[in-house]
Ligand binder design. Sequence first.
Ligand SMILES: [Ca+2]
Ligand SMILES: [Ca+2]
Length: 416
Amino acid sequence: MLRYFLLCAALLAVACNSDKPGGIPGPSPEPSGKDIVDQVSQYDARPFDGEKRAGVFYEIYVRSFADSDGDGIGDLNGVTAKLDYLDDLGVAGIWLLPIYTCDSEHGYDVIDYTAVNPDYGTLADLENLVAEAHKRKIRVILDFVPNHTSHYCPWFVEACKSAGSPYRDFYHFSQTAKPGWIAVPSGTTDWFYQGVFDRSMPDLNYGPAASCEQSGAFVALTDAAKFWVGKGVDGFRLDAVKHIYDSDTSDENPTWLGKFYSELNAHFQGKSALGFKDIYMVGECWMATEQMAGYYKGLPALFDFTAWADRLLYAIQNDHAKWFPKDMIAEREVFAAERPDFIQATKLSNHDESRARTEVGGSHAVSLQRCKMAAAVLLTSVGSPYIYYGEELGFFGDKTEKGGDRNVREPMLWKP
Ligand SMILES: [Ca+2]
Ligand SMILES: [Ca+2]
């Protein structure tokens, strides 16, 4: 109820600004950096009481977050060294973008699902990070990639060698060149394979969804996830779940997700260092509300892209919040029809989008005010809110400009 009241107050503030020229008033002329620091420090007057009521998650791109050994690459020990900072922010969970061996900056082309990227450190570093996070009652969830592997993954390398390889069924192969399919690079070079995102990321094959748990790929992926549960990990963010099966509107993907969740959740029972009964598992399902809702049949939590974040940022950009509360209530009813205890994972932006500060637009001062407004709504709405690292400092970042993803995955600032 308190959250609902705060949300209404925040939205009313947006709506009340709509009759003022230029929308949200900002200081004029443009404030200096010192002015902004002074402004922000006003809010520091009330000390944080340590109660993490909102269960806020914090998304970390390890490569850019904190470098512990001076090699210029962020690493797991760097994250560990900043846990007190995150604890002071009130963070109750961290989501690490992929930490596995890979052949890219982003890490979504996994070579070995149970090996730590040496750029980031060692398995012992990860275990230490998890233990230190748990001391601060911070959960750790790992990004997990069920749709595809790297083409350097040993499963794929072996699968390419012969049609009789035990790993052949891990992927989709065909002797017919289908649209978007790619010629096998070695071994059975007269065959083609499916790689929806890129030739370097062949799609995994789980067979019919109804019996997917019998496929070698499903067993291998669940075994890898269980390995991390054994290391104390509290859950997973599942990448690109609408692509696991080709049809994103059939029951196949929710069926796969339900089986994966059930198996991991059963394995998780009794292993939570923080006393959680269930494993936390949130899916990336970038679809309209009605299509996305069906995915709650499989998973307890989903990121809300189009319905929540886009509408909120639109409302704030346009000083027009008339429809946002109504839409928000309506979509929750749609989700509840699929899963009564659904978790709505809310956020302003993530590593795949332009940063919220850039999206809300306006001058330096106006965008700052608008970002505070967006954060107020994010942190007082129902759901499981996520902060993307740097958002708390008002980072800018335009993914559509030259530089692309790097514009929104820049190094964290630790010094003024
Ligand atoms: Ca480093
Ligand atoms: Ca797929």
